[in-house]
Design a protein around this ligand. Structure first.
Ligand code: GLU
Length: 308
């Protein structure tokens, strides 16, 4: 295990030991897929005698749903997940995000880009989206700009605790990517790298749908001189047709009146083997069983689990 150290300044919590987190975006109520990420990151933190933080990633208002933050927190609370310290909101670290953005621009590691969507309509796309061909690397005269971080093709490698060795060559696979959007909002890859460091996060347990974002986040950490946490990407819950559960695919919020059966179903989906009669136990007993028996390694190599 690595110790967290911050290159930015204030660390809100202790410097040593395991620090995990759950970082939902408030785009809708907590669905079964997000419950899996919450439960897995929570149990893994407890298994390691670590802290578990909850950070609401509220930096994309156009995608957010009014009341979603409150619904998510209420669901975590009803399901008996116990976070350490106050819940934080990513929007409160917006000044730090912007300060580091300015630093990257001043160092020439990032640049303003005036390309519009139509300018890029014909450029090649890959699994990560449009591969930016670097049109604005040497400057732009456009007044309406985004900011991109420069990339190169040195492989960004990391060993995922569950999914094994991963590697991406960013210049070829994504090109220089956006860290400040044209609408003035800070992009997720910058914000997540900064906040995990600010909060001293040492271990990230989250859905495998975010695994191909990880090299871009590691690149942000490297450009900013921040700590790289360890990563474990768990399978995502999928509908019967194989589509990932999300607001877009119509995933419903987890029920607030059937907490125990849903929690036991989540443990099952996470490859644990809860006894049938646990459904009749108290919520505290379910958690006591889960904390005692939690084994994340049964998820090794798994990418999808069925919806409950
Ligand atoms: N906020 C992101 C989401 O809800 C997750 C970020 C993360 O876990 O790194 O998809």
């Amino acid at each position: 295990m690595q110790n967290a150290s911050s290159a930015i300044g204030t660390i809100a919590i202790g410097k040593t030991g395991y620090v995990g987190r759950f970082a939902p975006s408030p785009t809708g109520p907590l669905h079964f897929g997000s419950l899996l990420a919450a439960v897995a990151s929570y149990l893994e933190a407890r298994r390691n005698d670590g802290r578990w933080l909850v950070r609401i990633e509220d930096i994309d208002p156009p995608r957010e749903q009014t009341g979603a933050s409150d619904m998510i927190v209420a669901a975590l609370d009803s399901y008996g997940l116990e976070w350490d310290g106050p819940i934080t909101f990513q929007s409160t670290s917006d000044p730090q995000h912007r300060q580091l953005l300015q630093q990257l621009l001043a160092e020439g590691l990032a640049y303003e880009c005036g390309c519009s969507r139509s300018d890029l309509a014909e450029v090649p796309r890959g699994p990560l989206g449009t591969i930016y061909p670097g049109y604005c690397r040497n400057g732009t005269s456009s007044l309406e700009t985004a900011v991109r971080i420069r990339t190169n093709d040195r492989p960004i490698e990391f060993g995922d605790g569950l999914q094994g060795p991963q590697s991406q060559q960013l210049e070829s696979e994504s090109g220089d990517f956006i860290i400040l959007r044209r609408d003035g909002l800070i992009a997720y890859h910058l914000a997540v790298a900064v906040d995990d460091d600010l909060q001293g996060v040492t271990e990230i347990v989250r859905g495998i749908d975010l695994m191909d974002s990880t090299p871009r986040q590691i690149w942000m950490q490297q450009c900013l001189g921040l700590h790289t946490p360890d990563y474990q990407h768990i399978p995502v819950a999928v509908h019967a047709d194989g589509a990932k559960l999300s607001k877009l695919t119509g995933a419903q919020g987890i029920p607030m009146h059937e907490v125990k059966p849903t929690l036991v179903a989540a443990l099952r989906a996470l490859g644990q083997n809860p006894p049938e009669q646990l459904v009749d136990a108290t919520l505290a007993e379910v958690w006591a069983w889960a904390k005692e028996h939690w084994r994340i390694d049964v998820l090794r190599g798994q990418t999808a689990v069925p919806d409950r």
